[in-house]
Design a protein around this ligand. Sequence first.
Ligand code: GDP
Ligand code: IMO
Ligand code: MG
Length: 428
Amino acid sequence: MTSIVIVGGQWGDEGKAKVIDLLSEKADVVLRYQGGCNAGHTVVTGDKTYKFHLIPSGILYPGKICIIGNGTVINPQVLSGEIENLQAKGIDTSNLCVSPQAHLTLPYHIALDELSEEFLQNSKIGTTKRGIGPTYVDKIGRTGIRIEDLYEKEDLESRLDIILPQKNVILKHYGKKTFEKQEVLEFCEKYAQKLKPYVKDVNEIIHNALKNGQNILFEGAQGTMLDIDHGTYPYVTSSNPISAGASTGSGVGFTNIGKVIGVFKAYVTRVGEGPFLTELKGSEGEKLQQTGMEFGTTTGRKRRCGWFDAVIAKYSSMVNGLTGIAITKIDVLDNFDEIKICIAYKDSRNGKIYENYPSSTHIHKYLEPVYDVMPGWKQDISGVREFAGLPENARKFILKIESLTGVPVEVVSVGAQRSQTIIRNLPI
Ligand code: GDP
Ligand code: IMO
Ligand code: MG
C-alpha cells in the first residue's frame, strides 16, 4: 500500500481538505503533521459542511484512525471544542489519537502573536493570531510545553516557573496583560482531562499500521509558499507545510512515503500580507473573490485573488517532489472571457526573464508577471464528471499546467461537493 502526502501548492486554502476527503475512503490512517488551528479545512457532503482546524478531515469516515502528529501545535481549548462539535453532529471521534510530543499553544502564545503583529506595524505578517508563531518559537527555543506535560503536574509547574516570567517581562514592557501561573495551570488542568482519552503512543500506532501494510494519508496544512524555509519569508507560517514536513512531523521515514500530491487552485489566493505577483487588484480580482467565495475559513478575512502562477507551481512541484497534481475550483473560471497563466517573471529594471522561481525574495519587488493568455470556455462545468466531457479550452488549460510543471494532473475539482470531481488517475 502507498502512503501519500497531500500538500498545498500555493499560499494555503487550495482545497486540500476536499482532496483528502476524496482519498480518505481508501486510507487506513489520516495524519496532520504540522501547523495548528491556523488551518481551516472545509469538507462539503450533501447539505452538510464541516470545518476542521486541528482534527484530520478523515474523521468523517467511520473506522479511520486519525492522528494529530508530533509536528503540530495544539490549542487544547480549540481541540476540545472541535471534538465536542463533531460529537454533537454524530461523528465518532473515538479513533482520534493525539501525539504526546505535540506542543501546546497556551493563552500567552496568543497574546504574544497579537503583540508581535502590533509591534511590526506596517511590516506585519497578517497572521491568524492563533499563537502559532510563538508556540513554534518556544518549541525550537526548548521552552515549549508538550501535550505529555499536561499529565506531569510538578514538571509542568516548574517549567511554567521558568517560562512565564520571561513572557511577562515582554508583555509588561508593552503594557499588555501578564499571566499568573495559577490561571495557566487551571487552563491546562481543564483541558488535560478532556483530552486524556485521545493522548496515545502514536509512534506505535503509526509503525504498526505500516508493518501491517496499511497506508497513511498525510494531511498538509497551509501551503508551499507559506513554508518557513521555502516560502516568501518572512511572510510565511512557522512550520514546514512542504512534503518533507510529513516525515519530521510524524516520525515516518521517506522510504515509507510513496506519493506526493500537490493541490492547486485554478487561480491563486493569499490571506495576509506578503508578495503575490499575479494578484489582481481591480474588478477581475473582485470577480474571482466573489465567484470563488474567497473568505478565510479561520479568520473570515477576504482572500486576495490573482491568476494561476505556473512559476510557483513549477517551484512547488520541485520542492515537494510532486508525483501528481489536483486542480480545484476550476469552475470559478467558467465566466471569464480570457484566462491568464503566469509563465515567467520579468525584472522591470533590466528586462531579465525568470522562468524559474528566484529564491531570494528581495528581488520580488522588481518583478512583474509574464502571461500566456488563453480563451475561456464560458460554460458551466460544475456537472462534468469526466475529463473528456470538459470543454476544449478547459482541457487545454489543465494540459498547459501539466506541461509547464511536468507533473500529471490526476484530479480536477469542479465544485465543493464530494461528487463534483473528475478523476483521471486515483492516486491511492
Ligand atoms: P484548504 O484549507 O486547502 O482545505 O481549503 P479551504 O477549505 O480553506 O478552502 C477551499 C474552499 O473551496 C472551501 O470552501 C471548499 O468547500 C471550496 N472548494 C473546494 N473545491 C472546490 C471546487 O472545486 N469548486 C468550488 N467552487 N469550491 C471548492
Ligand atoms: P490552510 O491549512 C491560508 C497564513 C496567514 C498569514 C501567515 C502566517 O487552511 O490552508 P500564522 O497564523 O500561521 O502565523 O500566519 O500564514 N496562513 C494561512 N493562509 N490558509 C491557511 O491554512 C493558513 N494558515 C496560515 O494568513 O499570512
Ligand atoms: Mg483553509
